[in-house]
Every structure is written in structure tokens, then in C-alpha cells.
Design a protein around this ligand. Structure first.
Ligand code: TYD
Ligand code: MG
Length: 479
């Protein structure tokens, strides 16, 4: 038996050292090393949960085989009851997979998973393990949610396959999973689970990793799809989901503005589908509702005003029509202020420099503020032309003709670069009633645009594009 030794474990990244440091040498975080008394080789002896079924299978020697000969097993995905969640998962939950849902406290993780568990329970057996809230608290929420969602069975209808377990002890949770063998299980949250055999506190890296690994083993063995809730914390005792990311099959993040009601669900890792898909929900008084037409959320007012421009951003395969607003005003600082919400400030600096150089606009004497409507983060360079148009429109106090979208990446030489998925972007614009689209030259989509009743204005450079969009030459001082 190994001797008990002291180990210092970083609570942020999980790195272990024998010596205490103020700063983790692996991830660079300060004050995250916590002493832990562990018997390192001890863990293996524990957990007699080897399933009888597994034990009964004769241990055949494992050999490699030609990849073409590997038996196909079609993925049978389970619908989560919410199209927006399925979209982010890549079409639904895969049996035996582990999905981690991360997000700030209070963003709605428990609400989303409880609603989804209830919806799935109509067709599958579902276990909801609440390690944070008592059974009564969950019941109260469930009743409120179930009463409100007409598509869900009424709570009194009976026959709901949703089982609830309020428990923090890992051993008991594992036992219940084995006894019930549910198709889907929700663990809310992984940080609140506690393995009594480890000395460390609940939520510490060792606990989180050990609990997740034990859950993963059982999920794979009995083909249970596991949805784990994980907290995102910058510091403190709770282990961030970083240590789990390698272990699970998919990592979803649930994010949103504290001041806005909509919530964005994204996949940052997905072994069974594309990442960067976006699901949009809205937090209502009675739970989360899917937003099936999110473009409407990110389109501002109907009244066009100076300094606004509309772009089409692509989130995964999903085009979103989004409004941008710019405010350009004479600066009273020695170095002008540049503030961007929803777009990287460096990107804004770059676009301003291109406008200054290629259109001769003296923007370095002006403050410039930029905001994306609806709190969306737009990372794509395809938004560049829209940013440029909003800035120039504000600078010149011009209003873009209504019904115009701008799509294109700006090169440092002032050229307009082609963007991916232009076809889908144009289709989405047309669907929302836009009639003009300014796009990079050589798109080859003239016929498609004509079919969509969309006027396609192609431009090779930023100056040409802005003239086409605004109808006047912004570089001309009399404009
Ligand atoms: P919750 O799911 O508990 O968040 P998390 O599990 O991510 O910590 O959601 C908490 C917030 O959601 C809370 O601030 C209240 C709000 N909420 C509603 O607005 N409507 C509802 O129907 C529910 C259940 C919660
Ligand atoms: Mg919660």
C-alpha cells in the first residue's frame, strides 16, 4: 500500500506538484494550489461496481482489425425535446455519451436541463440527479415549468418517466444509475457530487475528476447519455470545467447577458457533431423558450437611423441578421476613445485604419463607439464591411437605405474579400425582407439573388462598396 503523501493540486487546471508554489507553473493562475493528502496508487482498488453483465462476457483477447472491417453501428440519437438543443448537440443526444453544460451561476442551466429531461421523459426513462437543490425545490420548479409548456404532458397525467434523486454522494448516485439503467441522466451539478473515499473537499479538482470518471465508466457501460452541469468560476474552491473537457464527449456553454433575457447555447467541443452551432433561448417567467427566429432578436428598431448597418453573421451553419450601431464624435481626449461591444476592439482599430488610409477620413480625431444589437458576439471578419459602413454613416450623418445588408471582409489594402456561406446569408436576408445586399466581387450568385428578389451590389474594394451602399461617395467632403 502506498504511503500517504502531500500533493498540491491546481484548482484551475488540475496540475499536480509535490511542492507548494504561489503560482501554478502549468496554467499560470495565482493562489490556486491546494494541498491534498492522497494515496496516489490507492484509487484503483476501489469501486466494486463492475457490472455483472460485463463480468459475464468472456474476456476475448483484443486485436486490431482493418478499419473497413470495423462493424458499423449507426448513431441512434435521442431527441432532447428542444430543437435548439439538438442543433447544438449535432442532432440529439448520443447514447453512452457525456455532455458537459457549463455556464455562469443563474444563467439557466438547471432550468434548461430540467425542461429537457421532462420532455425526454415522455419517451425514455430519465433520471435527474439534483446535488444542489432539494427534491422539493426541483419539484416546485418542475411543476411550474410543466404547467406552462403545453407541449409537455401535464404533471398529473402520470406515466412521466422522469425520476428524481436529490443526492450528493457519488456512491449512491452510481447505485441508482445501475439499478435504474436510464436512457438519459442529468447530474446537476458535477461539482456538488462528493466521493467519500477521497479526502478532498467537494468541488476540488480531484473530486470532480474522480466523480466524472466514475460516471463516464458507468455511462459507457450501460449506454446512458449523461448530461453534466458544470460551473464556471474564475477562482475559488470550485474546479472549473477545464479538467472535465478532456473526459467528456461534448462541452456546451450556456451564456447570456445578465440584462437581456435571451440565452445562447454553443458547443465548444463535440465528438458527434459540428462545433460553433448556436442555439437561442429566451428566459421567460415560466422557463426557457426556444427562439426559432433569432435574427429578429438581433435586428434593432425598424426605423433606420444614422450610424446603423445590418450584417449577416454566420454562427456555425446558421446565418443571423444582426444590426450594428456606431457613434463617431469629435474627441476631447489626447488619444481618441475606441470602444466596441460584441466585436473585438482590435478589429475595430484595423477597420478604422483602413478607412482613414483608403477613404482619407480623419477618424483619428474622433472617438468611435461600436455596438452589436442584442448582446451577440460577432467574431467573423465577414462583419468588417458592416462595421465600416456604420462608422462612415455615423461620421457623415447618413442613413443607409432601408433593407440593405453588408457582407464582406476588409483586407488591409482596402480590398473586399470573399466570405464563406454567402448563399445562406443571402437567403436569410431575403427571408427577412431585405432587398439589397452589398457583397464582394465575383460571388457568382447573381442568379440566386435574382430568384430571391434581392439586388446584388458587388464591389472590389471598401470605397466602391460604401458608394454602392450609401449612394454617395463618403470620401467626398461635400457628401
Ligand atoms: P437556474 O436554472 O437555476 O440557473 P443555473 O442552474 O444556471 O444556476 O436559473 C436561475 C435563473 O433563472 C433565476 O435567476 C431565475 C430565472 N428563472 C426565470 O426567469 N424563469 C423561470 O421559469 C425559472 C425556472 C428561472
Ligand atoms: Mg442550477
Amino acid at each position: 500500500m502506498a504511503r500517504a503523501t502531500s500533493l498540491y493540486v491546481c484548482q484551475s487546471c488540475g496540475a499536480q506538484t509535490r511542492q507548494f508554489f504561489g503560482r501554478c507553473s502549468s496554467c499560470g493562475s495565482w493562489n490556486t494550489l491546494v494541498e491534498q493528502t492522497a494515496t496516489p496508487t490507492d484509487n484503483r482498488r476501489r469501486r466494486p461496481v463492475a457490472a455483472p453483465a460485463e463480468a459475464a462476457i468472456p474476456a476475448a483477447p483484443r486485436r486490431s482489425e482493418p478499419i473497413a472491417a470495423v462493424g458499423d453501428r449507426p448513431l441512434q440519437r435521442l431527441g432532447s425535446g428542444y430543437g435548439e438543443l439538438d442543433r447544438v448537440l449535432g442532432g440529439g443526444l448520443v447514447p453512452g455519451s457525456l455532455v458537459l453544460l457549463g455556464g455562469d451561476p443563474g444563467i439557466g442551466k438547471s432550468t434548461l436541463l430540467l425542461q429537457s429531461a421532462q420532455a425526454m421523459a415522455a419517451r425514455h426513462s430519465v433520471l435527474y440527479v439534483s446535488a444542489e437543490e432539494s427534491a422539493q425545490q426541483v419539484k416546485l420548479r418542475w411543476r411550474r415549468l410543466a404547467e406552462e409548456q403545453e407541449e409537455l404532458p401535464a404533471p398529473e397525467a402520470g406515466g412521466s418517466g422522469l425520476q428524481l434523486l436529490a443526492e450528493t454522494d457519488l456512491e449512491l448516485v452510481l447505485q441508482e444509475l445501475e439499478a435504474l439503467r436510464p436512457a438519459v441522466a442529468v447530474i446537476d451539478s458535477i461539482q456538488a457530487l462528493h466521493d467519500g473515499e477521497l479526502g478532498s473537499a467537494p468541488g476540488s479538482v480531484a473530486q470532480v475528476r474522480e466523480c466524472a470518471a466514475a460516471l463516464a465508466r458507468i455511462a459507457k457501460r450501460q449506454d446512458t447519455a449523461l448530461l453534466l452541469v458544470g460551473h464556471v468560476t474564475k477562482e475559488g474552491m470550485l474546479a472549473g470545467p477545464k479538467v472535465l473537457e478532456h473526459l467528456v464527449d461534448a462541452v456546451l456553454t450556456f451564456e447570456g447577458d445578465r440584462f437581456a433575457s435571451h440565452r445562447l447555447l454553443r458547443a465548444v467541443k463535440n465528438r458527434f457533431g459540428a462545433t460553433h452551432e448556436l442555439g437561442v433561448f429566451e428566459m421567460r417567467g415560466q422557463g426557457l423558450a426556444q427562439v426559432l427566429n433569432p435574427s429578429e432578436l438581433f435586428l434593432g428598431s425598424d426605423e433606420p437611423s444614422a450610424g446603423t448597418a445590418t450584417i449577416v453573421a454566420c454562427e456555425g451553419t446558421r446565418p443571423l441578421v444582426v444590426e450594428l450601431q456606431a457613434l463617431v464624435s469629435t474627441t476631447s481626449y489626447s488619444s481618441p476613445r475606441r470602444t466596441a461591444t460584441g466585436i473585438g476592439t482590435n478589429r475595430l482599430h484595423q477597420i478604422l485604419a483602413v478607412l482613414e488610409k483608403h477613404l482619407g477620413l480623419p477618424l483619428s480625431r474622433f472617438d468611435c463607439y461600436l455596438a452589436v444589437a442584442g448582446g451577440l458576439e460577432v467574431e467573423e471578419p465577414a462583419a468588417d464591411l458592416g462595421v465600416a459602413a456604420a462608422v462612415v454613416a455615423s461620421y457623415r450623418d447618413l442613413t443607409l437605405p432601408p433593407g440593405t445588408v453588408l457582407i464582406g471582409e476588409l483586407g488591409l489594402g482596402g480590398q473586399l474579400r470573399p466570405v464563406a456561406q454567402l448563399e445562406q446569408r443571402l437567403q436569410e436576408s431575403a427571408r427577412l425582407g431585405f432587398r439589397r445586399a452589398v457583397v464582394p466581387k465575383g460571388s457568382g450568385l447573381g442568379r440566386l439573388a435574382a430568384g430571391l428578389d434581392l439586388q446584388l451590389l458587388e464591389a472590389g474594394g471598401v470605397a466602391e462598396a460604401l458608394v454602392a451602399a450609401l449612394g454617395v461617395n463618403p470620401a467626398d467632403d461635400r457628401a
